[in-house]
Design a protein around this ligand. Structure first.
Ligand SMILES: [Zn+2]
Length: 305
């Protein structure tokens, strides 16, 4: 899948990471300057709706990474969370970067980090900081795992917490569309299905329609730039204009032409460019739509965007 080895900052946040070779930051020409060269005009703001810049992969050059995302026109970032232990470090990033908002939650590949008091830890973290804009990343991942019951035991209290706190969820769903739909549909029937986004979308068009019916957003990552990702291409063409976001999920999944290298927030421009190409729209239209959608879903204050 990806040839880059992320080094999670928090101890233990490594269960879901698989890797081949360590990646080095790619030699950079800022995405903005690339597109500015093309169009000569400033891009509308972009939001990277999913990133992990807390990972150690960014320890050496995070200021340069920041300069590049700001130069690229990325005016807000939503930082995902994979386990409670990393929340203090993510909060410190929000102190450092005023454009950063974050989520708190436990990843489906990190169920081992779920303790009896985890719901309380997440609730208190969310109530203590208005920069917490979502619960996640949470979900189901049956790509290399088969512990569905364990994953459901960690998923359900987080969905309950999101409803309780009236926060959206950031959903990680890999090779698990069916059990995820069963869970969310039963909640929707009971009026307890939170708003949210299917991050790093990689499903089929019919699966996408099913999640859209539940009111969820669809977020495209670097995978939309991969030549063989035909289902994702079709979903990018088909998704309603008011229901999609763009993201990096950095350091993972760097978009073409940087595939296999470390990903970073500035590269979300390449994702937006590809979505624009697939939809037959301008980069500006995609930037405006995806930013307005992210602002609406995460209720981001206007001064952040
Ligand atoms: Zn993620």
């Amino acid at each position: 899948m990806f040839a880059f080895s992320p080094q999670p900052s928090a101890p233990g946040a490594s269960a879901f990471l698989s890797s081949a070779t360590a990646g080095k930051p790619a030699p950079e020409q800022s995405a903005q300057s690339l597109s500015q060269q093309k169009s000569g005009q400033r891009l509308p703001p972009l939001i990277d709706s999913h990133c992990h810049i807390v990972f150690r992969n960014f320890d050496d050059d995070l200021d340069a990474v920041r300069d590049r995302w700001r130069e690229a026109g990325v005016t807000a970032l939503v930082h995902a969370c994979v386990e409670p232990a990393e929340i203090p470090a993510i909060r410190a990033l929000a102190d450092r970067f005023p454009e950063l908002r974050y989520a708190v939650g436990v990843h489906p590949s990190d169920t081992g980090h779920w303790q009896d008091d985890t719901s309380t830890v997440l609730r208190e973290a969310a109530l203590a900081d208005e920069r917490v804009v979502a619960i996640g990343e949470l979900g189901l991942d049956l790509f290399r795992q088969s512990n569905l019951d364990d994953q459901l035991q960690v998923l359900r209290p987080q969905l309950d917490l999101a409803v309780e706190l009236d926060l959206p969820v950031i959903i990680h769903c890999r090779d698990a569309a069916e059990p995820m739909l069963i869970e969310l549909r039963s909640r929707a029937a009971a009026g307890r299905c939170p708003a949210g986004v299917m991050h790093c979308w990689g499903g089929t068009p019919s699966e996408m329609e099913a999640f859209l019916e539940l009111g969820l957003f669809i977020s495209f990552s670097g995978t939309v730039t991969f030549p063989k990702a035909e289902d994702t291409h079709q979903c990018a063409r088909q998704v309603p204009a008011d229901r999609y976001l763009v993201e990096t999920d950095c350091p993972f999944l760097a978009p073409v032409p940087r595939r296999g290298k470390r990903n970073e927030p500035a590269f979300v421009v390449s994702v937006a460019e590809r979505v624009a190409g697939l939809r037959g729209e301008s980069l500006e239209q995609v930037a405006l739509a995806s930013t307005a959608n992210a602002q609406r879903l995460f209720r981001l204050p206007v001064d952040v965007v």
